[in-house]
Design a protein around this ligand. Structure first.
Ligand code: SF4
Length: 225
């Protein structure tokens, strides 16, 4: 059902979403770079840590470790020190392990642009691989984090339950079906889905009155008097 709904309105949904993003997105430092390493660092930091706190540490972390090679050469204690305040230190350990793995495979250390190859690296799951592939390499790859899952579910599949594995797979299918034709448009599309979930269709409140996709949203339609 969710997939059928998505296929029926995908072009309109994409146009509305991307137009809104171009006019309303936040000016965040990781949106000013296409460097895969810098994007990877931001994506890992943003998992489980609010944007405001990541903003305080992101620039400093990259000053200390400006490249994947620099990070690979660092002592673990220095990496943990630079991660202080962000919590969930397993992410820092995985990032360091990833840097060392990539650095061992050749110099200079570079991240692959392909989502499958990214997924084979330590600590990189489906979401992070999709984020690095689409944001750094403009690959036509989907991504689903909690914000995107919420938006996709509310717009296309209110009947889905994100705690069920089968329904989570359906949400990924819908996210893939929504991708625009080009990698360049995919960059904006993926950023926009995440931004809509962070600013408009949030976990705490749905701002349907100012939502750009309400004309195609199943939850909005169902709630209308
Ligand atoms: S219309 Fe409301 S429920 Fe639908 S995506 Fe927008 S904010 Fe979320």
């Amino acid at each position: 059902m969710a997939l059928e709904r998505a296929l029926a309105v995908r072009l309109r949904f994409g146009r509305l979403l991307r137009a809104w993003y171009r006019a309303h997105h936040r000016d965040l430092p990781w949106r000013k770079t296409r460097d895969p390493y810098r994007i990877l660092v931001s994506e890992l930091m943003l998992q489980q840590t609010p944007v405001s706190r990541v903003m305080l540490r992101y620039g400093e972390f990259l000053e200390r470790f400006p490249t994947l090679d620099a990070l690979a050469r660092a002592r673990p204690a220095r990496v943990m020190e630079a991660w202080a305040g962000l919590g969930y230190y397993a992410r820092a350990r995985n990032l360091h392990r990833l840097a060392r793995t990539v650095a061992e495979s050749g110099a200079p250390a570079t991240l692959p642009g392909d989502a499958a190859a990214l997924r084979s690296l330590p600590g990189v799951g489906a979401y992070t691989a999709g984020a690095v592939a689409s944001f750094a390499f403009e690959q036509r790859e989907a991504l689903v984090d909690t914000n995107v899952a919420r938006v996709v579910r509310r717009v296309f599949g209110p009947e889905l339950d994100v705690t069920r594995g089968g329904d989570r797979r359906r949400i990924w299918e819908v996210a893939r079906a929504l991708l625009p034709r080009t990698g360049r448009a995919t960059y904006v599309h993926n950023q926009a889905l995440m931004e809509l979930g962070a600013l408009v269709c949030t976990a705490r409140v749905r701002h349907c009155g100012r939502c750009p996709v309400r004309s195609v949203c199943a939850t909005y339609e169902a709630d209308r008097p």
